[in-house]
Design a protein around this ligand. Structure first.
Ligand code: FUB
Length: 311
């Protein structure tokens, strides 16, 4: 009998809902988290890393075929709502390219717009990534992909910011970081893409995330100068800049995960940073897992450096 109770005691932690610890999603690999508050819940839209294999992506590289969405009312217990968009159901995507990279999702006029970068079947306008949109009535879908990617946008890592006056902006990266206004329909650009100011000229900058706090616009981005990405930020008085570099908000990984990709979220008067690391795959940094940490700001608006909370 003692054996029976011992077994129950050992199994009990496994039966508990996921707890707030890093990484906070452990039923699959996740990366590039964009977190949003819709209603009274937090929704996280990450990329979904899977191990590559014969006939599935390129061994040693990122391998991503679909997206899940997760939600929580308390940042502790998370629900996986399952697959919302999958590569071979998007009309313009190159089949089996396993390149469904970092997404974003915003709510506008009662519709949820899910933005994702991937490789197109039609390469007449260039071989690189394009950015598509899928639209839903609920944050968990079903999402209906548009027939074609957004015209005039070439690159990865879409991020949408809606300003207080209702104007929406799309940001993305292609070596440098670009931004443009979006039309009211959220599906087309309303202005020509532009660079955003005096950002670093050396090293890759990608994964832009823009937010506003107390009249300051923050452009935050991963930047790699050495081996791995550190998170940096710049500020401006307007969403399309010009932005001035302010510093580093999270240092490079000491254990060598090449990428870091993040979003900022204010939930119940506390700011949080969502980002990723390869906690569940220490030997292969293209199978990543998402983390949360709280963020604070100094009186002058600067972001205090975030120290990762480890498991
Ligand atoms: O997840 C694939 C790519 O790695 C993302 O698009 C980048 O931001 C980096 O995290």
């Amino acid at each position: 009998n003692l054996k029976y109770w011992l077994l129950i005691a050992l199994a009990f932690p496994l039966l508990q809902p996921a707890r707030a610890q890093n990484p906070f999603i452990t039923n699959q690999f996740t990366a590039d988290p964009t977190a949003r508050v819709f209603g009274d819940r937090v929704y996280v839209y990450p990329s979904h890393d899977i191990p590559c294999g014969p006939g599935r992506g390129k061994v040693g590289w990122f391998c991503m075929e679909d997206y899940h969405v997760f939600s929580s009312a308390n940042l502790t217990d998370w629900t996986d709502h399952g697959v919302i968009v999958t590569q071979n159901k998007v009309p313009w995507v190159k089949p089996d390219s396993y390149s469904m990279w970092a997404p974003d999702c915003v709510l506008r006029n009662g519709k949820y717009y899910f933005y994702f970068p991937t490789t197109p079947r039609d390469t007449t306008q260039g071989k690189g990534f394009r950015i598509g949109v899928a639209v839903a009535d609920k944050p968990t879908g079903p999402f209906v992909p548009q027939a074609a990617p957004i015209a005039g946008v070439h690159g990865i890592d879409p991020n949408v910011f809606i300003d207080k006056d209702g104007q929406a902006y799309l940001f993305w990266s292609q070596g440098n970081i670009y931004g443009a206004k979006l039309k009211e329909n959220m599906l087309e650009l309303a202005s020509a893409p532009k660079t955003l100011g005096e950002l670093p000229t050396k090293g890759l900058k990608e994964g832009p995330y823009v937010f506003e706090r107390q009249g300051i616009y923050y452009l935050t981005y991963p930047h790699v100068e050495n081996k791995t990405e550190r998170l940096e930020y710049a500020t401006s008085t307007s969403p399309l800049g010009p932005f001035t570099v302010r510093g580093v908000l999270m240092d490079e990984s000491p254990t060598g995960c090449w990428t870091n990709h993040h979003s900022f979220l204010q939930f119940r008067n506390q700011w949080y940073l969502f980002y990723h690391h390869n906690d569940l795959s220490p030997r292969f940094d293209k199978n990543r897992s998402i983390r949360i940490d709280s963020v604070s700001f100094a009186a002058d608006g600067s972001i205090r450096k975030v120290q990762p909370t480890l498991r």
